[in-house]
Design a protein around this ligand. Structure first.
Ligand code: ATP
Ligand code: MG
Length: 356
């Protein structure tokens, strides 16, 4: 038997609704695989901000540091600027716990209609690895004023050799660990961004030398965006900077069917700190409170969490249940063309555990 302490931040909007289902599924699969969960709920979200003037209390990170993992829904509110939720909650967690890997699989499951022209199931099956702690989102820069309405914004990126090498190494390790992954694509823009991106390119070449069994190529971000649409089957493991990974994972999510299907992990591979698992989507204010949010992204994120904690068998069972349900095509939320509710889909996933 094993027991895990999980910090739960349901957050805002549909985040609250989908995490409910994720916890139901984790509890059910835990009973089957002798895993006990100690869920610690943290009420940190936009309401907390409106009441306290901050997204989380000053000792929030200390509170979470003792947990094995963090399970997050989404934070965001129409009346709050994104940078408040980002700088007040997400970024401090990612940076303090050195979750330098953001891992986002993009898989086209049987039964899903892609907006692309007739790709076959599993034609799209890639793992996008995004650098999560530096790069373009390092918040280096400032404003200068040269007179009325003559403001100048300076935004710099930070690319350390160590930061680039460790994320690229993680990508190669994923390619080596998974039998069906044999290729790593580096995303760059060193033709125009001739400092930071050159450090990235050099780091990639150096790391690649250590993995002669893995094929590699390097693509400019613009060409990569095009190929994500034109020939997504050509990608396997893709590694990119903070900004480029951000852009590509949204394309990856939409070509595989729905924002409601895309899971992610913010990972500290060295396991010094808790890693955090969350659906890629946000709080989706347009559909919140209607009970129609797709919980599958949150459930697949829970499965990534199970894998991180060493419960590969349990994770496989959860993945298969979700894939089975999608293939069956009966109990689905409206984003996938169904009429079922969030909790009906959650229940159906639990009923499908062991199937598929
Ligand atoms: P935030 O500011 O919190 O990031 P957002 O406005 O960027 O929110 P998202 O939450 O990322 O929006 O949603 C983008 C679109 O995808 C919306 O139309 C939303 O309804 C849809 N969507 C997001 N999550 C889901 C889900 N779980 N199920 C169904 N549709 C979803
Ligand atoms: Mg968003």
């Amino acid at each position: 038997m094993s027991e895990h302490k999980v910090s739960v931040i349901r957050g805002d909007g549909v985040g609250v609704e989908v995490i409910e289902e994720g916890i139901k599924v984790l509890t059910a699969v835990g009973e089957q695989y002798d895993v006990t969960w100690n869920f610690i709920e943290h009420p940190w979200n936009s309401d907390y901000y409106f009441e306290h003037g901050r997204m989380m209390p000053t000792d929030a990170l200390d509170q979470m540091a003792e947990s094995d993992v963090i399970y997050l829904g989404a934070v965001g509110h129409p009346d709050l600027q994104d940078h408040v939720t980002l700088n007040g909650l997400l970024l401090p967690i990612r940076r303090t716990f050195d979750q330098y890997v953001c891992e986002r699989p993009s898989v086209l499951y049987p039964g899903i209609t892609s907006p692309l022209r007739d790709p076959k199931p599993y034609d799209i099956d890639m793992l996008v690895i995004r650098e999560n702690t530096e790069g373009e989102y390092a918040e280096v820069g400032g404003f200068q004023y040269a007179g009325f309405e003559e403001e100048i914004g300076i935004q710099s990126g930070v690319f350390t050799r160590r930061g680039c090498e460790r994320i690229i190494t993680y990508a190669f390790e994923q390619a080596r660990r998974h039998d069906r992954r044999k290729h790593v694509t580096s995303i760059t823009k060193s033709n125009a961004l001739g400092y930071g991106m050159l450090v990235w390119d050099r780091a990639f070449d150096r790391v690649a030398e250590g993995y002669p069994d893995i094929e590699t190529n390097s693509l400019l971000i613009d060409a990569a965006c095009m190929d994500f649409v034109r020939r997504p089957e050509s990608f396997d493991v893709v590694v990119g900077s903070n900004l480029f990974g951000d852009i590509l994972t949204d394309i990856g999510a939409i070509i595989t069917g729905s924002m409601g299907l895309a899971p992610s992990g913010n990972i500290d591979p060295e396991r010094r700190f808790p890693s955090m698992f969350e659906p890629v989507h946000g709080s989706a204010p347009d559909i919140m409170g209607k009970g129609i949010a797709n919980p599958m992204a949150a459930v697949l994120s829970a499965s990534m969490m199970l894998r991180h904690l060493g419960h590969d068998d349990a994770a496989d069972v959860v993945d298969k249940a979700v894939i089975f349900l999608i293939g069956q095509g009966e109990i689905l939320t409206p984003d996938l063309g169904g009429t079922s509710s969030t909790s009906q889909v959650g229940d159906a996933i639990i009923n499908a555990l062991g199937k598929g």
